[in-house]
Design a protein around this ligand. Structure first.
Ligand code: OGA
Ligand code: NI
Length: 344
């Protein structure tokens, strides 16, 4: 556990929810740290927000529809890198509980939340995201460090997280099995014992003063096999890069949003693409999400594994630790970490 949390430690930044709510005439130099100059790069195609592919997990398990649905899955991973997973089988109660507890957690007074603030990092010069987050390692269970888990506020939080986390493992297991089939690879290469799960609760405050000049999450790809995102409330804010334009993802409260991460791109030798995405900020609506990163355990070595001939291999073989360090050091520059894994 120490391993991943050491690698994933983030910056000591001001709580943005508190900053946004303070109503104080925000000092120009405070705000300046959040202003991004490149937000207008690329059109935003709102009219296409309903086009993100939908994959039905129930149909993947149903012999009558499995083949057709597997084709959808393949199309989604190849052509979009993102899909809405419906019929995921997680009990409604589990979803409701985690949503409620995340809402309650972010409403707690700052002193209480600060107990779980992340370890200080080093860099001071970069532009900051307009968001707060709580990140914890949830799987495998023996790797948990309970010091980072909110202990009693809200009092049901630990149980909600545990329940949601283990339900997600079941879903991930299914996704891995079906993705492996579409790639014709051995599902054992991504099976549970090689996978850790990291949950991050994200809070995006509204920004009255300059919503169009800040980002809740700057453009990036995820350093995971794949990520499962649950939106706690429904606000149009997440955008994915497609053909050089940004397409907002229309929230679907019944779905989990799945996206291909860097490791799956490498393993599929680039067939499945990790797609850059970002989070925009609303003038008067807050937004909350929880991302579940399924990452290879430390010590695992990642390389392209579809039956390809030597000369067609596009990515290096790399240890996860080496890659994760690269990823963290390039975190704010979109896809750069993955570029280092590419063979020229
Ligand atoms: C992430 C991410 C999107 C969101 O956590 O990597 O892209 O909408 N989150 O919170
Ligand atoms: Ni992401």
């Amino acid at each position: 556990s120490g391993g991943w949390s050491r690698i994933a430690s983030s910056l000591p930044v001001r709580n943005v929810q508190d900053l946004a709510a303070s109503g104080e005439e925000l000092a120009a130099e405070t705000l300046a740290r959040y202003i991004r100059m490149d937000i207008q790069n690329g059109d935003v195609l709102v009219e296409r927000s309903g086009e993100v592919p939908v994959v039905d997990l129930g149909r993947l398990f149903d012999p009558q529809f499995a083949e057709q649905e597997a084709a959808h899955l393949k199309f989604a991973c190849e052509g979009w890198g993102f899909f809405q997973l419906v019929n995921h089988g997680i009990p409604e109660e589990t979803i409701t509980d985690i949503r409620n507890d995340i809402r309650k957690f972010f409403q707690l007074p700052l002193e209480v939340k600060n107990a779980y603030a992340q370890l200080p990092g080093k860099c001071k010069s970069q532009t900051l995201d307009w968001s707060d987050m709580l990140g914890i390692l949830t799987q495998p269970p023996q790797a948990r460090d309970m010091r980072y888990w909110p202990s009693h506020q809200p009092h049901t939080f630990r149980k909600s997280i545990e329940d949601y986390s283990s339900e997600l493992m079941k879903v991930s297991h299914s996704i891995v099995t079906f993705i492996a089939k579409t790639l014709n690879i051995d599902p054992k290469l991504m099976e549970d014992k090689y996978v850790s799960q990291f949950l991050r609760m994200n809070y995006y405050p509204p920004c009255k003063a300059m919503a169009d000049k800040v980002l809740g999450f700057s453009p990036h790809s995820d350093g995971s096999f794949f990520t499962l995102l649950l939106e706690v409330n429904s606000v149009l804010a997440l955008q994915i890069k497609r053909h050089n334009a940004w397409i907002p993802v229309k929230p679907n409260p019944k779905a989990l949003l799945v996206n291909v991460g860097d490791y799956l791109e490498i393993m599929s030798n680039g067939k499945y693409k990790n797609i850059e995405h970002r989070v925009t900020i609303n003038t008067n609506q807050e937004r909350m999400t929880v991302s579940a990163f399924h990452v290879p355990s430390l010590g695992v070595v990642i390389s392209p594994i579809t039956g390809i001939t030597e000369e067609n291999i596009l990515y290096k073989t790399m240890g996860v630790e080496e890659y994760a360090k690269l990823y963290m050091s390039n975190k704010l520059d979109g896809k750069r970490a993955l570029d280092h894994a590419k063979l020229l």
